[in-house]
Design a protein around this ligand. Structure first.
Ligand code: SF4
Length: 336
């Protein structure tokens, strides 16, 4: 247990957490919505510093980040906890452990050792992922700062609910982020996630404005966020922020508390992809459809196949110095 970053002390030993859009007002002895930040006598503490519940070497394509060091390894870590309550969470056993089971678990490991192991694994990046990195911010940012000193880069896989203050604080040491834009309606965010839409839209704009490489993922859930109108709203918003932002449209499978509907059909994934392209986005990808053409990167200028992916493996790479090897168009991304 150690003192949290980014909070303010208030009268009567209360504190306000400034990490995420919930802005929890926490009285002495209570926790915030994420269940991993607790007020002890007017001091906000983090209960998950160094308590690592998952550690894996992943291909960066798994995050997914398709325009950020393709083919590289990403040392991926998580603690338990989340500030969302997504009914369709694919990692609910660890993300919802504090709220569903009132339990915090994890192996103690220091930022120094995370960076050491990441380097030994020949990873190029450390990914803060699986659960929501914002809620273990102190551990993430301490690790990220050390990682940069050791020549590694850092990426977040996030629901995008962090505050501007949080993004501004970490941004010199955060190089890439995949943000879930789960829908484009307040109703969806309230009913399905226990959150609001607006802070997520703000984080996408803010991260891009700070120069962090941004990709966005939408899990397409039948009957909940898959109408043409909603998909046009998502794609139009992203194209308005920056048409270079890659948009990943991922296939839903029933899980956790959302088991009353079928997996997304490939036809609907392709319909969403077409909407993304016709809305002006240069790079729209399909996810959870192994072998689909939507996994591949084609030059937005001439249509040349630049990165041939199958699942997480890369079979062809045809970008030279950030440019299409055929028409020389600049391909947005972080390539070296
Ligand atoms: S991180 Fe978010 S949910 Fe957790 S205490 Fe802070 S404001 Fe509340």
């Amino acid at each position: 247990m150690r003192e949290a970053y980014l909070y303010e002390k208030l009268e009567g030993n209360r504190v306000r957490c400034l990490l995420c859009g919930h802005g929890c007002l926490i009285k002495d002895g209570s926790k915030g919505i994420c269940g991993v930040r607790e007020n002890h006598g007017g001091i906000l503490t983090t209960l998950v510093y160094g308590k690592v519940i998952a550690m894996h070497v992943d291909p960066i394509e798994k995050k997914p980040l398709f325009h950020f060091l393709p083919g590289s390894r990403s040392y991926s870590i998580a603690t338990v906890g989340c500030n969302f309550r997504c009914r369709f969470c694919q990692n609910s056993d660890i993300s919802q452990m504090p709220s569903d089971h009132n339990r915090i678990m994890g192996d103690d490991i220091s930022p120094v050792n995370i960076v050491k192991i990441a380097k030994e694994s020949r990873s190029s990046t450390i990914a803060y992922t699986y659960t929501e990195p914002t809620i273990y911010y102190e551990f993430a940012v301490d690790t990220a700062r050390l990682a940069v000193k050791e020549g590694l880069r850092n990426i977040f896989v996030s629901n995008g609910y962090m505050t501007d203050g949080c993004l501004t604080d970490i941004h010199p040491d955060l190089h890439g982020i995949n943000i879930d834009l789960k829908a484009f309606s307040e109703k969806f965010y309230k009913d399905q996630c226990g959150a609001k839409l607006e802070p997520v839209l703000n984080s996408i704009k803010k991260a891009r404005g700070l120069g962090i490489w941004v990709e966005v993922t939408t899990l397409l859930i039948p009957g909940l966020n898959d109408s043409d109108g909603e998909l046009k709203d998502i794609a139009g918003f992203l194209a308005g922020v920056d048409p270079d932002i890659p948009w990943h449209i991922s296939r839903f499978h029933p899980t956790y508390r959302l088991t009353d509907r079928s997996p997304t059909s490939p036809e609907d994934i392709h319909r969403a992809k077409d909407i993304g392209r016709s809305s002006g986005l240069k790079y729209v990808y399909t996810g959870n459809l192994p072998g689909d053409d939507g996994e591949k990167t084609f030059c937005h200028g001439c249509g040349e196949l630049l990165i041939d992916r199958y699942g997480y493996s890369i079979r062809k790479f045809s970008i030279t110095d950030g440019r299409c090897s055929k028409c020389n168009a600049e391909i947005p991304g972080v390539w070296k």
